[in-house]
Design a protein around this ligand. Structure first.
Ligand code: 5AD
Ligand code: SF4
Length: 464
């Protein structure tokens, strides 16, 4: 039997358990899915919600519910600490609601020491699974209902890509689309290749079909997701490049915007720049993680490019596509990093003028090569971090304000969180703009005059 069919059988079984539970509780069982980490996890959570809703659960935002699942991240240690802290709160809820079930999944669960800690200190957790068997969620839930005690099912790896299970999208007008899973790069600080496994690309025809279905369902913008989209397609039976895939996606009628992340500088091809330049749908935004501007540190990081190589690439992209926004990730405090290395990073920031940058303090991850290197003292890292942060804020402010007074298209995404008479939209270059309007505008792409820039966002007016 195909895996999908098998899982649909489990969903039917699950429905019976959930309706039993409903009788016992006297109300429709509620569920809450909390996501930590990146867009990949956000997409995975939509799959979890899809199955829970299909099974009969009612989705809530409140963690004091009948089923709670944390989809975890482990890229930095503070993500792990957050999960442990919040589990304590969940335990309190569970004491008052003994039928409550608690599940954990995602990257953090792929670490052995985490599982050991859960078994000894968090025995009230009912179900634990990892990144490779998430497609078995329905089956795992059935096991959870059929047994007592903690169920732990962690796979070391998988080559399976299971499609077509229920998905519940968070936004009606935009969606993430996985184009590949895993990573082969082994940057020396990064735990992702250990917890997400080897790189596997989806077949182009499956990706296209998924996007066509999304568009038929009202989606106008897709975000193509992969740890390193620039190496997409290399391991397929009929290899295809990422640039070729983009050209195929561009042809999909009704689709209006294409985004993607993340790009590794070492694999970004001239062909991709050309395709981005010519495209009417690919957004004017490239997320191109720098990590460090020092060639010496980049080598220790196993990034396989130099300061000069990065600069050449970024400045070429700026020249070819002048209105593009380039954003980045920077790690401060990698083992052995000195003030000279930080100066190199500052230099790259000034030359590229990043439109936005996520700056992270290096976090030691067990099992990665960098964890065994000599670490930089915390006070030094803090000082360097502040220097980098100030610089990226300066360039971001300057870059974002460049378009003041101009009219650009914005996809209206949601009602403004602080002012319900306004809605929040996103420009092609990823900048946020707030305009007067109501929820009827959500999902529409409208021309907006960027009236005034307020640091990192605009206040604007819809041009009719
Ligand atoms: N410490 C700090 N930041 C890290 N990242 C990945 N691993 C670590 C780590 N050990 C950052 C990188 C990556 C982003 C998703 O997270 O900058 O691009
Ligand atoms: Fe981690 Fe490097 Fe892979 Fe990105 S490319 S996921 S930083 S190993």
């Amino acid at each position: 039997m195909r895996e999908e069919e098998l899982q649909f059988e489990y969903i039917e079984k699950l429905k019976a358990y959930v309706s039993n539970l409903e009788r016992e509780l006297g109300h429709q069982p509620t569920c809450c899915v909390t996501t930590f980490g990146c867009q990949m996890n956000a997409r995975d959570s939509e799959k979890l919600v899809g199955i829970l809703q299909e099974a009969g659960y009612k989705l809530t935002e409140n963690e004091n519910s009948d089923f709670v699942i944390y989809n975890t991240c482990t890229v930095r240690d503070n993500a792990n600490q957050k999960v442990y802290g919040r589990l304590g709160v969940l335990n309190g809820y569970k004491k008052k609601n003994p039928r409550m079930k608690i599940a954990l999944c995602g990257c953090m669960m792929q670490e052995e020491k985490v599982i050991d800690k859960l078994r000894t200190s968090y025995p009230f957790v009912d179900l634990v699974f990892g990144t490779h068997n998430i497609f078995k969620f329905a089956e795992l839930l059935v096991s959870m209902f059929e047994s007592k005690g903690m169920i732990v099912d962690i796979w070391k790896d998988t080559d399976q890509i299971v499609e077509d299970l229920p998905v519940s999208r968070k936004y009606s007008y935009k969606s993430g689309v996985n184009i590949m899973f895993g990573c082969n790069n082994f940057c020396s600080y990064c735990i992702v290749p250990y917890v997400r496994g080897r790189e596997r690309s989806r077949e182009p025809k499956d990706i296209i079909r998924e996007i066509e279905n999304l568009v038929a369902d009202g989606v106008v913008e897709v975000m193509l997701l992969g740890q390193n989209v620039n190496s997409y397609g290399k391991n397929l039976k009929n290899p295809i490049t990422f640039a070729e895939l983009l050209q195929e996606i561009e042809k999909i009628e009704g689709l209006q915007r294409i985004r993607f992340m993340t790009s590794h500088p070492k694999d970004l091809s001239p062909e991709l720049i050309k395709v981005m330049k010519q495209s009417g749908k690919i957004c004017k935004h490239l997320h191109l993680p720098l990590q460090s501007g020092s060639t010496r540190i980049l080598e220790k990081m196993n990034r396989r490019y130099t300061k000069e190589g990065y600069l050449e690439l970024a400045l070429k992209i700026r020249k070819e596509i002048p209105d593009i926004a380039i954003t980045t990730d920077i790690i401060v405090g990698f083992p052995g990093e000195t003030i000279e290395d930080v100066q190199d990073t500052l230099d790259v920031i000034r030359q590229v003028k990043f439109d936005n940058a996520f700056t992270f303090i290096y976090s030691q991850r067990t099992g990665t090569p960098a964890a065994a290197m000599v670490q930089v003292p915390e006070e030094v890292v803090k000082k360097h971090f502040d220097m980098v942060l100030t610089e990226v804020q300066n360039t971001a402010r300057e870059q974002v304000s460049k378009y003041e007074g101009q009219t650009m298209e914005a996809l209206i995404e949601e009602v403004n969180e602080n002012d319900s008479t306004m809605v929040t939209g996103r420009l092609s270059n990823n900048t946020i703009v707030h305009v007067k309007g109501d929820k009827s505008l959500i999902g529409k792409i409208l021309p907006v005059q960027l009236t005034s820039c307020h640091g990192f966002y605009y206040i604007g007016d819809i041009k009719r």
